[in-house]
Write a protein that binds this ligand. Structure first.
Ligand SMILES: Cc1ncc(C[n+]2csc(CCOP(=O)(O)OP(=O)(O)O)c2C)c(N)n1
Ligand SMILES: [Mg+2]
Length: 272
C-alpha cells in the first residue's frame, strides 16, 4: 500500500505509462485524467477487502470507461488485489488483463469497453441495495465523450426517480474524446445544469484536487437524490507533453517519451 493518495496517484500513472509503453497500448490520456479520482476512491473512500473481492458488504465501483483499463488495473494492484508482477501479462494471450476492462480480474465488477453500459448496471445494483436496505454504496465512473451514448441518459432519468441516494456517479470531464473536443463533437454543456434538471445532487470539483474529491465522494448527508460529481480533469494529466493533447488518446509512448514522462512523474511534488 502506498502512504498517501498523492503517492497512489503517482504510482497509478507510472504503472499505466509502463504498461502502455511495453505493450504498445493506447488510452493513456484518459487513464491519466482519472488517476486522481481512482486514488482518492481506493485510498480512503471505498470500503473493500482485497482478500475478499466479492465480499457482500463491499462498496461497488462500476468503471465504464473500459478503454482506460490500465488505470483500474494499476490501482487494484497497488491496493493489494493481486501482485504488481501480474500486470506484466497485460494484453498477452490468455491473460485476464485484456486491453479493455475484464470482470475476471479480482476487484472488477463488470467488463467494460463498449461505452455507455456501466451506469445502467450501477443504477440497477443501487436499486437492489436500496431495496435490501444494504449499507454499501455504489459508484460509477463515466468518461465525457461516453455521455454521447443515449443509454446513459436512461440511467440518468432512472436513478433520481428511484431516489437512489446510495449511488454516486463521477464524470471524468476531460473535455476530449477520441477524435476531437467534446465541444466540437457533441457539446455537453451546460452539463451541471442538465444533471440538476434531471434531479441529481450535482457537485463540480477540480478532478485533480484530492481534498475536494474526497469531500464530494463521501457517501454522507444524502437527501434522497443520486449524486453526480463532475470532475473537471485534464486529459494526459501529469506529463506536460501529453496534457490536453488529443493524440495521447491513442499513442503509445516510445522509449524517449517513456523516459521523459517517467522522469516528470517521479519529480512531481504534491499535487497541481
Ligand atoms: C460503444 C463504443 N463506441 C465506440 C468506442 C470507441 N471508443 C473508445 S474510447 C472512445 C471515446 C473516448 O472519449 P471519452 O469517452 O471522452 O474518454 P476519455 O477521454 O476519458 O478517454 C471511443 C469512441 C467504444 N469503446 N464503445
Ligand atoms: Mg474524454
Amino acid at each position: 500500500m502506498t502512504a498517501t493518495t498523492i503517492e497512489l496517484a503517482r504510482a497509478i500513472r507510472l504503472q499505466c505509462l509502463h504498461m502502455c509503453h511495453t505493450k504498445r497500448a493506447s488510452h493513456l490520456g484518459g487513464a491519466f485524467s482519472v488517476a486522481d479520482v481512482l486514488a482518492v476512491l481506493y485510498g480512503g473512500v471505498l470500503r473493500y477487502d482485497p482478500a475478499q473481492p466479492r465480499a457482500p458488504q463491499r462498496d461497488r465501483l462500476f468503471y465504464s470507461k473500459g478503454h482506460a483499463c490500465t488505470a483500474l488495473y494499476a490501482v487494484l494492484a497497488e491496493t493489494g488485489f493481486y501482485p504488481q508482477s501480474e500486470l506484466d501479462t497485460f494484453t498477452d494471450n490468455g491473460s485476464y488483463f485484456t486491453s479493455h476492462v475484464n470482470h475476471k480480474v479480482p476487484g472488477v465488477e463488470l467488463s467494460t469497453g463498449s461505452l455507455g453500459h456501466a451506469l445502467s448496471v450501477a443504477a440497477g445494483v443501487a436499486l437492489a441495495g436500496k431495496r435490501r436496505q444494504a449499507a454499501w454504496h455504489t459508484y460509477a465512473i463515466v468518461s465525457d465523450g461516453e455521455l454521447d451514448e443515449g443509454s446513459n441518459w436512461e440511467a440518468i432519468l432512472f436513478a433520481p426517480h428511484h431516489r437512489l441516494d446510495n449511488l454516486t456517479l463521477v464524470v471524468d470531464y476531460n473535455k476530449i474524446q477520441s477524435f476531437g473536443s467534446t465541444a466540437e463533437v457533441l457539446n455537453l454543456d451546460p452539463l451541471a445544469d442538465k444533471f440538476r434538471a434531471f434531479n441529481w445532487d450535482t457537485v463540480e470539483v477540480d478532478g485533480h484536487d484530492h481534498a475536494a474529491l474526497a469531500a464530494a465522494l463521501a457517501p454522507d448527508g444524502r437527501n434522497g437524490k443520486p449524486r453526480v460529481v463532475i470532475a473537471h480533469t485534464v486529459k494526459g494529466k501529469g506529463v506536460s507533453f501529453m496534457e490536453h493533447q488529443l493524440a495521447w488518446h491513442y499513442k503509445s509512448p516510445d522509449a524517449a517519451q517513456f523516459a521523459a514522462a517517467s522522469a516528470e512523474l517521479r519529480a512531481a511534488k504534491g499535487q497541481a
